[in-house]
Design a protein around this ligand. Structure first.
Ligand code: SF4
Length: 376
């Protein structure tokens, strides 16, 4: 089993590897193979935390990691909710792009590497049928290169690309920020110029479309033997989702009522410390969950160590369905990460930061002013 397949299980070659290994998913599920536990974790983390990566990657073999993907697709099909499928696909895609960026960074450090289990952009473009549609724009490169210097630009990643208009329109959405609209873009000869980060955003969308293809599985019902065998995992996922969807919509920003876990993260960022990815996700999910849009969050965090571009990237997918699929992690999870110290014993009050904040607002909302009004 190639490590690459475990990290990018949506690749056609990875699916083929599963097919040719002649693995029967029904048998795996019935025998409570560890891949089922990993699939359970995969879907939960995707729907609730926005990542398909394991919290404990060292616990799983590459084969279990790869096999967890088709089982996760069965679980998501059984949840049978379009927003859940969309969120699952987006989380898989986001995780894949993060891995691509790590692979590219490692490749930049070692240009002569022949590591075939490290993904490069050309290979990903080929996988997504975008090879002909995307070309690096090197016109701005090399101006300062001196005669006799080794030209490494062919091996290195370009910072800018051209993408054909058709795929660009297929991969962007009218709901994206205005900067994605064609009137705000450089368009030339049927192609659109994008920065490296912009191309990654488009590739993320292409991966999400690939992951969502064929979901939910047609004809799969809860009466099927494989669904019955997955009933415990399914009930757990649905329980967690229903807990999340009962949080009433909040649209009020009062920092003085934030729970300590969120306040601690804000203070840490304001002290100039870089937040860990999970910390930053928890903070962004909370701020999005209380009704802030990306521009407001950028302004709200202006004095913190958070980059505006990073905030926009992270909140873009959180903002479209706030409070339903990507709430901040539960108090239990935050405690496991060491982000909650149960100040004032309020574990007894709420199971997650949004519920805690909603209760605070219900009790003391009349005595505080919305940050947006104060900063209008
Ligand atoms: S109990 Fe929950 S809301 Fe309160 S600080 Fe801990 S994680 Fe935050």
């Amino acid at each position: 089993m190639r490590p690459l397949f475990a990290r990018y299980p949506f690749f056609e070659a990875a699916r083929e590897a599963v097919r040719s290994a002649d693995v029967d998913l029904g048998t795996l599920v019935n025998s409570a193979d560890p891949a089922v536990d990993r699939a359970h974790e995969r879907v939960k983390r995707a729907l609730l935390e926005g990542t398909a990566a394991s919290e404990t990657p060292e616990d799983w073999t590459e084969t279990q990691e790869l096999l967890s993907y088709p089982i996760a697709r069965i679980l998501v099909s059984l949840v049978d909710s379009s927003p859940a499928i969309d969120k699952y696909a987006q989380a898989e895609a986001k995780t894949a792009i993060e891995r691509l960026e790590a692979d590219l960074a490692a490749g930049d450090d070692d240009l002569r590497s022949t590591d075939t289990d490290r993904l490069d952009r050309d290979r990903l473009l080929a996988e997504l049928d975008l090879s002909a549609a995307v070309t690096p724009d090197r016109s701005h490169e090399g101006a300062g290169r001196q005669r006799g210097e080794v030209d490494t630009t062919r091996a290195r990643e370009s910072d800018q690309f051209w993408i054909d208009l058709g795929p660009y329109l297929k991969l962007t959405s009218a709901e994206w920020r205005p900067s994605w609209k064609l009137v705000n873009r450089e368009v030339w000869d049927g192609r659109v110029r994008v920065q490296r980060t912009g191309l990654n955003r488009l590739l993320r969308e292409a991966i999400a479309q690939r992951v969502a293809e064929g979901l939910p599985f047609e004809g799969l019902s809860r009466e099927d033997p494989i669904a019955t065998a997955l009933s415990d995992e399914l009930s757990d996922i649905e329980r967690l989702l229903s807990q999340r969807t009962t949080i009433e919509e909040i649209d009020f920003v009062a920092r003085e009522l934030f729970p300590p876990c969120v306040e601690n993260l804000l203070q840490k960022a304001e002290a100039g410390t870089q937040l860990e990815p999970f910390e930053s996700f928890s903070l962004m999910a909370f701020l999005t969950g209380i009704g802030m849009d990306p521009d407001e969050i950028v302004a709200f965090c202006a004095d913190a160590s958070l980059e505006p571009e990073g905030i926009r990237y992270q909140t873009e997918y959180l903002a479209d369905n706030r409070g339903t699929q990507y709430p901040p992690p539960t108090c239990e999870t935050l405690a496991a990460y060491g982000l909650c110290h149960n100040e004032d014993d309020h574990w007894t009050v709420a199971g997650d930061p949004l519920t805690y904040y909603k209760r605070q607002l219900d009790e003391r909302g009349d005595s505080v002013t919305d940050w947006r009004e104060a900063n209008a």
